[in-house]
Structures are given as structure tokens and as C-alpha cells.
Design a protein around this ligand. Structure first.
Ligand SMILES: NC(=O)c1ccc[n+]([C@@H]2O[C@H](COP(=O)([O-])OP(=O)(O)OC[C@H]3O[C@@H](n4cnc5c(N)ncnc54)[C@H](OP(=O)(O)O)[C@@H]3O)[C@@H](O)[C@H]2O)c1
Length: 287
């Protein structure tokens, strides 16, 4: 099967792309900067393409059966900017139709469901919800994945030097998942998908753990250096929102993660795509 990936350089795009290659798919990476991607994926074909440019996407997608989208709203992105998951997705769907792509696969999020709860309203979640609507309306068969928190974030956007930074304290217990476990599930979804079948899967890891407990377990098991947890008052970010897009992003995403009442929903996913097994300790040791 010929699978294209857009966003393969991303924090979550990298491990998923490796799993798709590992699963034996013929993987074509579509990227803005081909040189940047070459050393990351020597086994893959890399083709230039930009979510801003329909023609580049159409050329890059010829002969592709499934395109997997690992896109994001960046921390410094503003509401009025070009969004890869909004205008970019409209370009992509147009290109996919012209190139005859058979399936759109998209990494969404479970926590975007917090929109509208407790008066919460964030334009970035509108973008993510609209993306799902656009894909469903395209009439191209789709596979949409709605993950809980990824373990990678603790060693990615939450890492500041030797600190893992948390905002506020929450009793909510997300089911943290390692991205390579998720990548295996994505590969399995493609293997079992019937031609015109639509798939929607909630993605959750093996256990439900609070943010602080997860960070403590990660920090304790991390071998490369001594890490510490720092907890920031949400009020600080709330005030920072007035002057910094990053603080605005940070406040909104942590408010949603800290309050979205996640419960176990991945039973069907585990039946169809396999059960994720990587614990927080194993993840930390693999870093
Ligand atoms: N972190 C979590 O716990 C979590 C949980 C659930 C869901 N998610 C979702 O996971 C998604 C992906 O996250 P991530 O951290 O992997 O994102 P990321 O690191 O920001 O990656 C975004 C990717 O998009 C590519 N890209 C940006 N603009 C492009 C353009 N115009 N044309 C083509 N490619 C473009 C980037 O490529 P360049 O190298 O060219 O910049 C990069 O590879 C997010 O939407 C997030 O909502 C995350």
C-alpha cells in the first residue's frame, strides 16, 4: 500500500512514520523542506509539498492510496493566520480528489471535546472540530484518530531544560499513550480498512494517571539526566495571555487538559487495532 505522510517531522509525526515504514508500507513523505527530512527517514521517498499550495500537493499525492495528516496549531499561531488544519486541509482535500487518493487519515484530539464545557471557548478547538467536519464532508473515506495525552509531550513541549513544567493541579486522569504504540495502531487501521469504510478511533494508553503522577513517574525513570517537576500557577499564564500568543496557547490547552473529564473509551480500538502496552517507565527508559 502506498501511504503518504504530511507532518512527518513533527513530534508525533516522526514515531508514527517510523511505525508505518516498519509495518511494510511504501511511505512517501510530503514536506516543505525535503533536505531537512532526508536524514530522518533514509528509507522513505521524500517529495516537496506545502499545505499552502494545492498544485504541489496534487503532484505529490499521485499514486497514493492513503494520506496521513500530522498537523498542528503552533503555539505562536494567531486566529487570523493560515492554519494547516483549516485552509491547508481544504487545499489537501482538493488535491486528494484530483490525485485520486483513496483515504484521508487525520490525527485529531480527544480534548477538543472540552469546547463549550464550563463556558470554555478557544478558536484552535474550532479549527480542530471544523477539520473533522471537512474531512467527513469530503466524501473521501477516512480514518480519524482521537488521542488522549501523548507521553512524548513530557519530553517535548513540557520540557524546559531540566524541568518538566505543569500548569496547575488536576484530579483528571488522562490515559497517556506512547506515540510508537499509537503508530502501530494507525498501521493496523490501514491494514484492516475496507475500501469505502470510515474509521473513527479513540486512542488511549494502558492506564489512567493524573498529570502530576505521570510526570513524577517519567522523571523518576528518566536515565539521561536528573529532571525535576515545576508547577506553574494557571493565573500567571492567564495574565501572560494579554501579551504572548504562547501563554494564550498554554493557558487554553492546559485548562482543557486539566478539566476535560476523560473516561475509558478505547475498548473498540484495542479490539480492532491492538492494545498499547508501553508504560510511563518504559517510555522514559527509551528516551
Ligand atoms: N501532544 C499531545 O499530547 C496530543 C494529544 C492529542 C492530539 N495531539 C495532536 O497531535 C497533532 C500533531 O502534533 P505534533 O506535536 O506532532 O505537531 P508538530 O510537531 O507541530 O508537527 C506539525 C507538522 O506539520 C508540518 N507542517 C507545518 N506547516 C506545514 C505546511 N504548510 N505544509 C506541510 N507541512 C507543514 C511541520 O513540518 P515542518 O518540519 O516543515 O515545520 C510538522 O512536521 C496536533 O494537532 C495535536 O493537536 C497532540
Amino acid at each position: 500500500m502506498h501511504v503518504a505522510v504530511i507532518g512527518a517531522t513533527g513530534m508525533l509525526g516522526q514515531p508514527v512514520t517510523h511505525e508505518l515504514i516498519q509495518a511494510g508500507f511504501s511511505v512517501r513523505i510530503i514536506a516543505r523542506d525535503v533536505k531537512k527530512v532526508c536524514h530522518l527517514f533514509p528509507e522513505a521517498t521524500i517529495v516537496a509539498g506545502d499545505m499552502c499550495n494545492v498544485q504541489s500537493l496534487t503532484n505529490a499525492l499521485r499514486g497514493i492510496e492513503v494520506v496521513y495528516l500530522n498537523l498542528s496549531v503552533k503555539q505562536n499561531e494567531k486566529e487570523a493566520d493560515f492554519h494547516t488544519e483549516a485552509e491547508g486541509l481544504i487545499n489537501l482535500l482538493q488535491a486528494a480528489r484530483m490525485a485520486g487518493v483513496g483515504r484521508i487519515a487525520y490525527l485529531s484530539s480527544i480534548v477538543m471535546r472540552y469546547q463549550g464545557m464550563n463556558g470554555f471557548n478557544w478558536w484552535a478547538f474550532d479549527v480542530k472540530q471544523e477539520a473533522v467536519r471537512l474531512i467527513k464532508a469530503s466524501k473521501i473515506p477516512y480514518s480519524i484518530f482521537y488521542p488522549s495525552c501523548f507521553m512524548e509531550t513530557m519530553n517535548g513541549s513540557q520540557r524546559v531544560g531540566r524541568f518538566v513544567v505543569l500548569v496547575g493541579r488536576s484530579t483528571v486522569r488522562p490515559m497517556f499513550i506512547a506515540a510508537h504504540d499509537y503508530g502501530k495502531q494507525v498501521a493496523r487501521a490501514f491494514q484492516i480498512a475496507e475500501d469505502s469504510q470510515n474509521q473513527e478511533y479513540v486512542i488511549q494508553g494502558p492506564e489512567a494517571v493524573t498529570q502530576h503522577k505521570a510526570a513524577k513517574r517519567f522523571v523518576d525513570a528518566y536515565k539521561k539526566e536528573v529532571l525535576k517537576i515545576r508547577t506553574v500557577f494557571p493565573l500567571l499564564l492567564k495574565l501572560g495571555r494579554l501579551i504572548s500568543p504562547q501563554a494564550d496557547y498554554g493557558w487554553h490547552i492546559t485548562e482543557a487538559i486539566n478539566k476535560y473529564p476523560e473516561s475509558f473509551e478505547a475498548g473498540q480500538t484495542w479490539n480492532d487495532l491492538g492494545e498499547p502496552k508501553t508504560t510511563l517507565e518504559q517510555f522514559a527508559e527509551q528516551q
